[in-house]
Design a protein around this ligand. Structure first.
Ligand code: C2E
Ligand code: MG
Ligand code: MG
Ligand code: MG
Length: 276
């Protein structure tokens, strides 16, 4: 009976694996055609200077609206795009779209607004990755200092030297680098000093812990570390006034979160800039 039960389990497990594989393949196929059909959108979430409240830029975030009008979360489709290699072409589209939008923002008279884009490991593995980024800024006549790349610590798991070299080249060209989701990934503090980064993004999970009876030790420590290293520190995922007040008290430089604004389409971000 034990063996029979086990076989049943194995059978069930196999079926579930097969279903999942099929589902993923289907999603990848749909992502490929939807990307080709221009169904991906780049939205923008404002970033503000904490002291002045001024909008200093935005993070560009992908949105996938399928033909039935529903959105698929980036948390679901970015890993599939990475796995399938689609992220190479999508990532190039993202950078170009962001540069185009920087130009549109300038055309409205906003001259100090930058855009951050997220980049994935497979992009770094491309020989022409740095060129792709620089070419996009040239194509749209964008000052490189207005474009920032967000990388995560996990990017170093792969081939640290390759990443450090690529970042050094990008920095040489004036591109800014932010370390995203800081404190959640493969952390090696020794690399932190070697990386040519400009900005530290405190992960949302640490901001989430800042509540009346909550724990702010990690957020505070990360902010302190960033400041000690002479980096700009931005906190992400601020949802209420209490968190904001706390971040002010800790000397955090910049903020991004639903408390200020949710990600929005490009035209709405322009309106947001005009209102602020
Ligand atoms: P991320 O880079 O850490 O982006 C921040 C995420 O936190 C976004 O989720 C944003 O909508 C969300 N967020 C911001 N403020 C708040 C808040 O106050 N409360 C809550 N609950 N959430 C907040 P989103 O847009 O779903 O993106 C998820 C992740 O997908 C991103 O995390 C990023 O890792 C990835 N992603 C998005 N766009 C791209 C892209 O163009 N390229 C790559 N490689 N990855 C991307
Ligand atoms: Mg990010
Ligand atoms: Mg983040
Ligand atoms: Mg994140």
């Amino acid at each position: 009976l034990a063996k029979k039960n086990r076989d049943k389990h194995v059978q069930y497990y196999k079926q579930e694996m097969e279903d999942q594989t099929l589902w993923r393949l289907g999603m990848i196929r749909q992502l490929r055609t939807d990307f080709a059909d221009n169904r991906l959108e780049l939205w923008y979430q404002p970033q503000l200077a904490l002291k002045s409240g001024k909008v200093i830029g935005a993070e560009a975030l992908l949105r996938w609206r399928t033909a039935d009008g529903n959105f698929v979360s980036p948390a679901v489709f970015i890993p599939l795009a990475e796995y399938s290699g689609l992220i190479i072409d999508i990532g190039e589209w993202v950078v170009n779209q962001a540069c185009k939008n920087i130009k549109a923002i300038e055309a409205e008279g906003f001259n100090d607004v930058g855009i951050s884009v997220n980049v994935s490991i497979p992009q770094f593995r491309q020989d022409n990755f740095v060129d792709t980024i620089i070419d996009a800024t040239k194509k749209y006549h964008v000052e490189t200092s207005k474009l920032e790349l967000e990388i995560t610590e996990n990017i170093l798991m792969d081939d640290p030297q390759l990443v450090i070299d690529a970042l050094a080249k990008l920095k040489e060209q004036g591109i800014s680098i932010a370390l995203d989701d800081f404190g959640t990934g493969y952390s090696s503090l020794s690399y932190l000093q070697k990386l040519p980064i400009d900005r530290l993004k405190v992960d949302r999970s640490f901001i989430n812990d800042i509540t009346e009876d909550g724990q702010s030790l990690l957020a505070d420590t990360i902010i302190g570390l960033g400041k000690q290293l002479g980096l700009n520190v931005i906190a992400e995922g601020i949802e209420d006034e209490l968190q904001e007040a706390h971040l002010i008290s800790q000397g955090c430089d910049e903020v991004q979160g639903f408390f200020y604004a949710k990600p929005m389409p490009a035209n709405e971000f322009l309106e947001f800039l005009k209102k602020n």
